[in-house]
Design a protein around this ligand. Structure first.
Ligand code: DGL
Length: 286
């Protein structure tokens, strides 16, 4: 069983792509709705909540925990992988993956195995725009990871602070459109009107308004579909590490929340209309 952790329900956009890609792999989803949103929280808070979420997934039998949230990944992935996991009781058999590295690998066309910039990426002078929550953007993880692979690329970051909340609240289309326009305009103000070659929608909620970003970005600006990119990357990872799929096979999907399961089940349909019912996370029930 593979665990997918998110601050709330946005990670369902990623989970949906994973379930479609790996129909025989059981998944356990944990949404920390009791503490959502993470986008405005401090880094230590996000780190601690994410660590607890990963422990819950490991405790439930997952050997692999995917942080299906940009904010949780931006703040916590490196720390959990390099500092926490090797000293925890889960060391050896378990692993934590995030969704920023696969997105950056796709945006820069640089596979994971390339650790130093090489031709042609080394000479890439594209402009890449990143849209995300306040915490994801202030973490600087996207520009850091992009420049490691493409040092000459220009990265422009834009906080879209209210967009994730508005999507989750099912705000009307014109309201969402105005928030996307605000984000795109904020990004263009930073570049002096120069449009990006690529746009990373660096928040799990934003695929739901990709059509609005498409409307307001120039046709040549490629928008990366993060759920697809993460599914591609996990496929590659599992081919190299099949043991993380576990022994079990079957289309089992367990959806858990630290919040109210009835509310989560109702809201989840914004992200995935056919999604099943949520149950209370074992960590909360304990
Ligand atoms: N899932 C989060 C992300 O991808 C957005 C929601 C939040 O702020 O918690 O950034």
């Amino acid at each position: 069983m593979i665990g997918v952790f998110d601050s709330g329900l946005g990670g369902l956009t990623v989970l949906r792509a994973l379930v479609a890609r790996f129909p025989q792999v059981p998944f356990l989803y944990l949404g920390d709705q009791a503490n959502v949103p993470y986008g405005d929280r401090s880094s230590p808070e996000v780190l601690e909540l994410t660590r607890q979420g990963v422990e819950t997934l490991f405790g439930a039998g997952c050997k692999l925990a995917l942080l299906g949230c940009n904010t949780a990944t931006a703040v916590s992935a490196r720390h959990l992988q390099q500092k926490w996991l090797p000293t925890s009781r889960w060391r050896g058999e378990h692993n934590v993956l995030g969704i920023v590295a696969p997105t950056v690998e796709a945006a820069t066309q640089t596979p994971w195995a390339v650790s130093t910039p090489q031709y042609p990426q080394k000479y890439n002078t594209d402009l890449i725009a990143v849209f995300g929550t306040t915490r994801t953007i202030t973490s600087g993880v996207y520009p850091d990871e992009i420049r490691k692979r493409c040092p000459k690329v220009t990265v422009v970051q834009q906080v879209c602070a209210r967009l994730a909340g508005a999507i989750e609240e099912k705000a009307p289309e014109d309201e969402l459109d105005a928030l996307v326009v605000e984000g795109v305009q904020g990004m263009l103000d930073q570049t002096g009107g120069v449009p990006p070659h690529r746009a990373i929608l660096g928040c799990t909620h934003f695929p739901l308004v990709e059509h609005l970003f498409r409307r307001h970005l120039p046709p040549f600006a490629r928008i990366l579909s993060q759920p697809e990119v993460v599914a591609d990357s996990l496929e590659d990872y599992l081919a190299r590490h099949p043991r993380y799929m576990g022994e079990e096979r079957g289309s089992r999907l367990i959806l858990t929340t630290t919040g109210d399961p009835a509310e989560a089940s109702a809201r989840a349909r914004v992200f995935w209309p056919e999604v099943g019912a949520f149950e209370r996370s074992a960590a909360v029930a304990r």
